[in-house]
Design a protein around this ligand. Sequence first.
Ligand code: MG
Length: 170
Amino acid sequence: MRGILRPDFQYEMLQDIQAEDLQANGIKGLILDLDNTITPWNDRTLTEDVIAWFKKVNDAGIKACIVSNNRGPERVSAVADVLEILYVYRAKKPQKKAFLRGIRVLDIPESEVAVIGDQLFTDVFGGNKLGLKTILVSPIAQREFPGTKVLRFMERLVGRKAKYTRTIKS
Ligand SMILES: [Mg+2]
């Protein structure tokens, strides 16, 4: 059980992920979680740092697609438009089909796609189920969807590390 909940890489935040490292790992497409990965939960605030990071990724020839469980498209599309990236909403992560929709939109082979998100039980678990590379980041803010608090408790039970260093799954 633990193996499928273990990310390939862990970072403190999106901006710590180097585009060169993604390229070195053969990654040409990114499936990104929205809430608490790109923006604070239920918020559309984008920091200059985050906008600059997406520009760097784009300049490196890496395509990005938000895959969000948000039920409506408004906030997801607003953020995607600012970042000039693709999006999928009402995705139903951690179901495989959520990630498959992202891969289809990216139009990049599965072996070259990585998932980036802040949750073990949706982003990492779902990505690992499909054999995608998975990258875990710390949540941007403490505030989140009430249901997520239960998942956070479970994350601690399975030993989610509090400290993030660049580690590779062995
Ligand atoms: Mg999230």
